[in-house]
Design a protein. Sequence first.
Length: 176
Amino acid sequence: MKKLFLGMIILVCLGTGKAAGAWDSSFNLAAGAGTADSFTVDLQFRQDYAPWVSGQSYALNPFTLEGLTYWRKDGGGGEEVAGLLASAGLELSYFGDYFRPYVSVNAGPSLISEKTFLGRDLGGHFVFNTRAMIGLRFGQGFRHNLGVHATHYSNAHLYDDNDGFNSLGLSYGFSF
């Protein structure tokens, strides 16, 4: 499992170069409170692509995420999960003079280090992640991003057990 995990980390790192057709790239750091007294931390690389639809005051653009996730029981206790994630999503953003509010959704596969967490049986190491987020871009060139997100991990009933794991958190991103 450790060799597979190391291989996935290498693939995530290789995939963080600016892709052909990429419109913008950013790093995001997220922290949240998870199911049953736990906390989560995510580090993600995001690539935004040219809008599919746009008008004078809005744009709908696709994006991809690659990253790392970490879950831990509050107060320690040794229970923790590390994982790799990838996803694709859509963002609807509105153009303002000083702020750009947005709403986004994304989903994709994840590989996690443990099959259980806090008594919740996730069924296996392969799960899916889904996330909904609202946020605000601001600053010079709208390079800063603050958001609130809800995330759900489950195996989509690929395994018999599918307790899932949820978190609610805050994120900060910086575009370059």
